[in-house]
Write a protein that binds this ligand. Structure first.
Ligand SMILES: Nc1ncnc2c1ncn2[C@@H]1O[C@H](COP(=O)(O)OP(=O)(O)OP(=O)(O)O)[C@@H](O)[C@H]1O
Length: 639
């Protein structure tokens, strides 16, 4: 292993469980290892992979608990049947336990009198009762887990559904939430919610039943002793509430720390090629160590607190038990027999058990509150791209496009990307958009698909304002072949026929689209032809093959309007020819808005527009190929 020599003396070892690769000084604020060369990442705080969230720390902790419980309520109520069965089982379990407690005193008396016969019969009754308690307890847990996991299944599905409904702005831009963070909330944090729902369900009825049953037993034996025992409960409740609140705050940091790791990994692993070619392994290692270190510290704090809470409760519990035990002995002298004494103390032990259970459930709820907030936060939003109530479906679209006085900026504090832009494209026409990088070409395409709405101005398709067309209908008639090719894990056929993934993919149409896109020959050479899996994001394919597959998908969709955001990177001449032929066929019978980067593509267009600084200017093909050719080149078109 090579040793990395850093330009400063080693100070503090990175105290992780694995062997440290190198030693780094500590970032004082965070107690994180800091390499001077990586200062940008940790000059003041851990790199943020999740956007800062609205802080709710000032609101009252009980209102947060109610808020969290309110969010869970409809999902838990939908699981009434297993919950009721679980609670019925808990009734049987508690009934058996109270009988055990009552009989155990009698059994101890027969044991003292050496009455073998009575002892045997009482013993078998006790054994049956114990068995009944365990069987009922098993079914209680099985039913309540069923309810908790099913409720979280419903939550997951609903949250993911809402995430899909969110505007594109939620996922991109400087305030965008990273895919890793969303994945973490829906997977790991939702699992924590299931544990809490179970703990709550297991507490509400079973613990209350046990508390009542044991309390009644005790009251029947000695009301005075029971009253003294009852004073312990509010004291323990106060301590548990205080510790629970502390745990909630610590848990929030732990949730954010692990979500940051997840977001980071989701960003870096798909870009592993860039990491390798830039020799950035060391840099990424340090970045990961910083995030892992922050997570280590946050989780250690949480675990320590979680370990401390039961200890404090146990000490209180045993302390109270000892005092009560001594008190009971003193008071009981002469007031009730030893048999009642055994029953009273056994009831007391089983009375404290549900109190501990309530404490545990409360702590579970407190530590999962941040996860519940983060999960449901994604479902509370007001969409910026709204569908009009009277929006209509378009059955047939010829493809005429009109952009009228379109202005747009991504946020109020950002500059205009498009500035009073006007463009008219006739049905079936191919128009090329060229211009410098960042000129707003992709933004214009996003507006046409209503991924964003313009700040002012209107877009018309066949004379219909797109704000009056149902979103589904609009996106059925407008297809996008994006520069970032959007392929998924799955077979070639599923990728081409993506639109019909939930229906029956029409294989005849898939093959026709593939032939038109010049990709059929290649597909047939794959080990399983159209059934070959193309790997994550189509990683088993070359760039040219991916592009042609994306074109085949657009052809399969058969939309009247196509937006082709041409990839900037050049291909070898054969692949280029195959892609160009595919694009040419794509242009037949479609209205095509091509964001062009190659001269060959530009030549295919009927009209060429340059989009620069938010303004649009038409270039005639003759001027484009002569006098303005150089200037267009200098604006960033790759030929
Ligand atoms: N989600 C976003 N949030 C904020 N600003 C954005 C967002 N997307 C793009 N921009 C900004 O809007 C401007 C136009 O971007 P756009 O992607 O439309 O340019 P483009 O002409 O397509 O560039 P290229 O040819 O490099 O793809 C750029 O300045 C860019 O930084």
């Amino acid at each position: 292993m090579s040793i990395i020599h850093l330009p400063f003396p080693p100070s503090q070892p990175v105290s992780l469980k694995f062997k440290p690769l190198f030693y780094l000084p500590t970032c004082p604020k965070l107690k994180l290892p800091l390499a001077t060369s990586f200062k940008p990442f940790c000059s003041s705080k851990v790199p943020s992979y999740i956007p800062s969230e609205p802080t709710t720390q000032n609101s009252h902790f009980l209102s947060q608990t109610f808020h969290s419980l309110n969010s869970l309520k409809p999902y838990v109520l939908s699981q009434r049947t297993p919950i009721l069965f679980g609670w019925l089982c808990s009734l049987v379990s508690v009934y058996s336990l109270s009988k055990v407690v009552a009989n155990i005193g009698k059994a101890s008396a027969f044991m003292g009198n050496f009455d073998g016969m009575r002892l045997r019969s009482e013993g078998s009754v006790l054994a049956l009762l114990v068995l009944a308690r365990h069987v009922a307890s098993y079914w209680q847990q099985a039913f309540l887990w069923d309810a908790a996991l099913s409720a979280v299944y419903e939550i997951r599905v609903q949250v993911f559904n809402k995430v899909l409904e969110r505007d594109l702005a939620f996922f991109e831009g400087s305030g965008g939430v990273s895919a890793g963070d969303i994945a973490h909330r829906i997977t790991s944090e939702a699992s924590d919610v299931a544990d809490t729902v179970y703990a709550l369900l297991n507490t509400i009825v079973p613990s209350t039943l046990q508390l009542i049953a044991m309390g009644m037993q005790m009251l029947a034996i000695s009301p005075l002793l029971s009253l003294i025992s009852a004073t312990v409960i509010p004291c323990m409740a106060l301590v548990i509430a205080h510790l629970g609140e502390k745990l909630r705050k610590i848990s929030k940091d732990a949730h954010l720390a692990i979500a940051s790791i997840s977001a980071y990994l989701n960003e870096i692993l798909p870009a592993i090629l860039s990491v390798k070619v830039n020799n950035a392994e060391l840099c990424e290692n340090v970045r990961f160590q910083m995030l892992a270190r922050a997570d280590l510290s946050a989780h250690l704090k949480k675990r320590k607190m979680k370990a401390l809470v039961p200890q404090i409760i146990q000490i209180l519990y045993f302390g109270a038990l000892c005092i009560l035990f001594a008190g009971s002995l003193a008071i009981s002298r002469g007031s009730f027999d030893s048999c009642s004494m055994v029953s009273f103390l056994t009831s007391l032990v089983f009375l404290i058990e549900p109190i501990q259970g309530v404490g545990r459930a409360y702590n579970e709820l407190k530590q999962v509150e941040p996860a519940i907030e983060r999960l449901f936060d994604m479902t509370r939003f007001k969409s910026m791209v709204m569908e009009n109530q009277d929006a209509a479906d378009l059955n047939h679209v010829a493809g005429e496009l009109q952009f009228c006085d379109i202005s747009f900026k991504y946020a109020d504090n950002m500059p205009l990307v498009l500035n009073k832009l006007n463009l008219h494209i006739k049905a079936g026409e191919t128009v090329a958009l060229v211009g410098p990088s960042g000129g707003g070409k992709t933004t214009l395409a996003k507006l046409l698909l209503r991924l964003y709405d313009p700040s002012s101005g209107c877009i018309f398709i066949d004379g219909h304002n797109i704000q009056c067309i149902r979103l589904q209908s609009l996106r059925r008639h407008v297809s996008l072949v994006s520069q970032d090719i959007m392929l998924f894990s799955g077979t070639v056929a599923e990728n081409i026929g993506y639109r019909d993934l939930m229906k029956n993919i029409d294989m005849e149409r898939v093959e026709k689209a593939a032939q038109t896109a010049n990709v059929d020959e290649f597909i047939r050479k794959l080990p399983e032809g159209y059934k070959t899996n193309i790997g994550p994001r189509g990683s088993a394919l070359s760039r040219g093959q991916k592009q042609r597959l994306a074109i085949a998908r657009a052809l399969y969709q058969n939309s009247s309007i196509l937006i082709l955001d041409e990839a900037t990177s050049s291909l070898d001449s054969r692949s280029e020819l195959l892609v160009r032929q595919a694009v040419e066929r794509l242009m037949e019978n479609h209205t095509v808005l091509v964001i062009a980067h190659r001269l060959e593509t530009i030549k295919m267009a009927k009209r060429v527009f340059i989009l620069d600084d938010g303004r649009l200017e038409e270039l005639t093909p003759s001027t484009f190929l002569t006098s303005q050719y150089e200037s267009v080149l200098s604006t960033g078109i790759v030929i």
